[in-house]
Design a protein around this ligand. Structure first.
Ligand code: TYD
Length: 218
């Protein structure tokens, strides 16, 4: 039988989304560890990146040569990196029954380039349809942390140093957060909104509770 989606495989695809400093990387790691303890095969990955080619594109995006990218070029580069990641890492892993836990996926492009960047959701979805056949995670966890706490975390983590996108204005990042919330509200089946405040273990427990049906059924 030819598999056309990940629906009939045992691997599940979970994406973490949210602004910078919301704890996605830590929670990606903690979830993979918990799944392994549950006896599942689990791999972590990230975007932009995850494959050799996509990591090279990541470098171009976060540390752009020359004057940087215009919004359309930026969106195309994210979509190109994602197409490679989906084809070479995500789909093959899911087909082998491996859970893929990813730090960011297409909803980052929808919130950053589509929402805050002004390209609109239709354009980003069209790029994703072409690049990755519109692939969606089985569940997207949106981590939310209020602005004041985020500012504090980011100054502790990055000490003022940031990349080409992280370093954009407060208005841009506010628009990103609002876009994420809108996407999640519009798709309650696809998203779980999780409060990212508190200790990592506390947030992790909320995530496990949110994913319990998915973890239980596989
Ligand atoms: P990264 O350091 O991985 O993010 P974080 O600061 O959350 O740990 O950097 C990735 C940056 O790229 C981040 O600023 C979000 C941005 N981004 C987009 O603008 N669009 C996308 O599609 C993706 C995947 C990331």
């Amino acid at each position: 039988m030819v598999r056309v989606t990940n629906i009939d495989t045992k691997g599940r695809f979970i994406a973490f989304e949210g602004g910078e400093g919301t704890g996605k990387s830590t929670q990606t790691r903690l979830l993979a560890e918990a799944l392994r303890k549950h006896g599942k095969l689990a791999e972590i990955s990230r975007e932009p990146g995850g494959t050799t080619g996509a990591e090279a594109i990541r470098e171009l995006l976060l540390h752009p040569p020359g004057d940087g990218w215009n919004p359309r070029s930026e969106a195309l580069l994210f979509a190109a990196a994602r197409a490679d990641h989906v084809a070479r890492l995500i789909r093959p892993a899911l087909d082998k029954g491996i859970w893929v836990i990813c730090d960011r996926f297409v909803d980052s492009s929808r919130a950053y380039q589509g929402g805050a960047g002004g390209l609109g959701d239709d354009a980003i979805r069209a790029l994703h349809q072409f690049g990755s056949e519109g692939m969606r995670p089985d569940c997207t966890i949106l981590l939310e942390v209020d602005e004041a706490r985020l500012r504090q975390r980011l100054s502790e983590r990055d000490g003022g140093a940031s990349d080409a996108i992280g370093g954009r204005s407060e208005e841009y990042h506010r628009a990103v957060a609002q876009s994420f919330r809108r996407l999640a509200d519009d798709d309650p089946d696809g998203f779980r909104i999780v409060d990212g405040t508190g200790k990592p273990e506390e947030v992790h427990a909320r995530i496990i509770a949110a994913l319990a049906p998915l973890i239980g059924e596989a």
